[in-house]
Design a binder for this molecule. Structure first.
Ligand code: SF4
Length: 242
């Protein structure tokens, strides 16, 4: 479990949170509300029908489906997959311009104005959660009016991916600092977490043993995706009980 450190902010010592997420696969129904919320919050363009037919995709979170059994006794299992914010991220050492790195809060950061679009990171990511903008993003009117002013619109030739809604993290930290307190557990809700009707996703500080996400990450059901690769993801999946 990541350990928190302290940082000086406004003259007071504050703990540096270690962000992570838990996703309860027993609760996920595969409704994809999280996918829509993520695209809307983060100005993620849609690949469109023609590009999708060529195998191109653009979404920071997707729902993987697995089928068990034979018709008519088929069971469908869903797994939301987003950037796993790995502590040993395979995308980081292969970037020739250091556009992706892990920050002090454990986030796998993507610096858009440094990215030169080689896609080495996307190729080296075992979770396939990084996407290159092949074309300048466009929104048919009036959809352009819905763009989130807190988030940049990435130009063509740039690789982008989930940030755990870093703009919401930043806002919560600023509010907490202005009020002279720590960010509370559950105060930061990435768009996917906020929109999930089944409350399958929990986000918070893994280094705070009292946080909900830390409890879930220590659950006997908690597993990490492709953990055997040694990537040390910060997303914990609570596997189904049955
Ligand atoms: S919104 Fe919640 S229930 Fe729906 S697909 Fe996403 S994680 Fe699953």
């Amino acid at each position: 479990m990541p350990e928190g450190s302290t940082e000086a902010e406004s003259g007071t010592q504050r703990r540096t949170p270690q962000w992570g997420m838990a996703i309860d696969l027993d609760r996920c129904t595969g409704c994809e509300a999280c996918v829509v919320a993520c695209s809307s919050e983060n100005n993620v363009p849609t690949a469109g029908e023609d590009q999708s037919a060529k195998g191109r995709a653009m979404h920071w979170i997707r729902i993987d489906r697995y089928y068990e059994g034979d018709f008519p006794n088929i069971r469908v299992r869903h797994r939301p997959v987003l950037c796993q914010q790995c502590d040993e991220a395979p995308c980081e050492p292969v970037c020739p311009v250091n556009a992706t790195y892990q920050n002090a809060e454990g986030l796998n950061v993507q610096v858009y104005n440094r990215c030169i679009g080689t896609r080495y990171c996307a190729i080296n990511c075992p979770y396939t959660v990084r996407f290159l903008n092949w074309y300048p993003p466009e929104w048919a009117e009036p959809l352009g009016l819905q763009l989130n002013p807190d988030v940049s619109v990435r130009p063509a030739g740039v690789v982008e991916k989930c940030t755990f809604c870093v703009q919401r993290i930043k806002r919560a930290k600023l509010n907490a600092a202005a009020e002279g307190r720590e960010v509370g557990d559950g105060e930061v809700q990435p768009a996917c977490v906020q929109s999930c009707p089944a409350e399958a996703m929990v986000f918070g500080d893994l280094s705070d043993p009292t946080s909900r996400v830390a409890h879930l990450a220590n659950s006997r059901r908690a597993q990490r995706l492709l953990e055997e690769l040694g990537t040390k993801p910060r997303v914990f999946y609570l596997e189904r009980a049955d």
